[in-house]
Ligand binder design. Structure first.
Ligand code: HEC
Ligand code: HEC
Length: 348
């Protein structure tokens, strides 16, 4: 299935800048208004395919405005973009724990947002199962946006800008939760990240020449990390305990919080390694600031326990040289085309 709305392409052709049509799977930066589903070469089919939510430029635009809208929070100070920042692949720069309304702190680290259409679940514990309901969690969370949906709807209804945006997107001015969440799903669903140096290498494209150090790192990654941080999404979406010590203050039981199964205690969703050099701090509580701290953990910090992943029983040791090689490879996973894509910037 492919939904295509080539407004951007039409504009480019009209302006006479460039004319030929392009395969979305290989074009590094898409035109400003190009809104279409992408399945990069060699990737599995996405879980979410915009069924019952047909893509359109106007719905995407509405979603973009909503993502950066502070009226979604009780005191009109916090937007989704406050904790999910464009320049760090939509993670929260320099914040271990999410920082929401009234200076309050949550218990988890803001993950980067991209390739969400492949997610089988959302949140570190998988507590949310659909991209179209996901925004309800932060909007109503007392330490995030602490707002009531009825208030959000009233605020947007009273705003002339949104009357127009909803009309353009849905044919009439009615502001509804469903329309909001579907538009947000379109905005977030378009956040495809598949143009890192690693991707160019895999597709044999220009700019994808890995040097010997990066190639050695790629091999190390395949031996030591790929069983959980699996290609091409760099996660297997499973819940696992990677042996980080339980944070005494937070007492976060992870997946068990959702399933109430003691066997799931301290298991968290394997995070992707794509854009990993941008999304520090690391782990579900942001306890590590650098990749070296993460590698120190795998080398000598793994805590034994009943739910520890069996693969990490003896940790993962790397020589100094191997460490340098692995980091060189992790650097090739940064997708600058994604981070600089103007479609995702704050429109105001
Ligand atoms: C106060 C900071 C904060 C705000 C505001 C915020 N988020 Fe988040 N976001 C987080 C944190 C922290 C998590 C991880 C939560 C968890 O695992 O329990 C998260 C998780 C997510 C995820 C799941 C990603 C994944 O891979 O599982 C999505 C999607 C998301 N947020 C979108 C949004 C949207 C849309 C908004 C606005 C309606 C928003 N966020 C507002 C901090 C925030
Ligand atoms: C047995 C599965 C497994 C293996 C093997 C593994 N990891 Fe992880 N990794 C995880 C899980 C699960 C988490 C999340 C843990 C948490 O936050 O509680 C994680 C977290 C991370 C993070 C933090 C990501 C973020 O966004 O916060 C990095 C970086 C990381 N791993 C790198 C690596 C590297 C590099 C290797 C190989 C040397 C590796 N991992 C091997 C399961 C694994």
């Amino acid at each position: 299935m492919r939904f295509v709305l080539n407004i951007g392409l039409v504009i480019t052709i009209a302006a006479g800048i460039s004319s030929c049509s392009v395969d979305p799977a290989i074009k590094p930066v898409l035109p400003a208004d190009n809104i279409e589903q992408v399945v990069p070469a060699g990737w599995p089919q996405p879980v979410y395919k915009f069924e019952n939510n047909p893509l359109s430029v106007e719905k995407f635009k509405l979603g973009r405005e909503l993502f950066y809208e502070e009226k979604l929070s009780a005191d009109n100070t916090i937007s989704c973009g406050s904790c999910h920042q464009n320049f760090v692949a939509f993670a929260h720069s320099e914040h271990a724990l999410s920082h929401g309304i009234n200076g309050s702190f949550g218990i988890r680290n803001s993950p980067g947002l991209f390739n969400l259409n492949w997610n089988t679940s959302f949140m570190w514990d998988g507590g949310v199962n659909h991209i179209e309901v996901q925004p309800l969690a932060p909007i109503t969370n007392p330490v995030e946006m602490n707002e009531d949906m009825n208030n959000v709807l009233a605020k947007l209804n009273a705003d002339g800008k949104y009357k127009l945006l909803f009309k353009n997107a849905y044919g009439d001015e009615e502001v509804t939760t469903e329309r909001m969440f579907k538009s947000l799903a379109q905005f977030m669903g378009m956040m495809y990240s598949y143009n890192s140096k690693y991707d160019l290498y895999k597709r044999g494209e220009q700019g994808g020449n890995m040097d010997a150090q990066e190639m050695a790192g790629y091999q190390l990654y395949q031996q030591k990390c790929a069983s959980c941080h699996t290609e091409p999404l760099f996660t297997d979406y499973a819940f696992r305990n990677n042996g980080i010590a339980v944070n005494i203050n937070l007492q976060d039981s992870g997946r068990a919080h959702v399933t109430a199964d003691p066997n799931d205690r301290y298991k968290f969703k394997t995070p992707t390694l794509r854009n990993i050099m941008l999304t520090a701090p690391y782990m579900h509580d942001g306890r590590f600031n650098t990749i070296d701290q993460v590698l120190n953990h795998y080398a000598s910090g793994v805590v034994q326990g009943p739910t520890l992943d069996p693969q990490l029983q003896s940790g993962i040791q790397l020589s100094a040289q191997e460490r340098t090689e692995l980091k060189a490879f992790l650097n090739t996973l940064t997708d600058y085309a994604f981070v600089y894509d103007t479609r995702f910037k704050d429109p105001n």
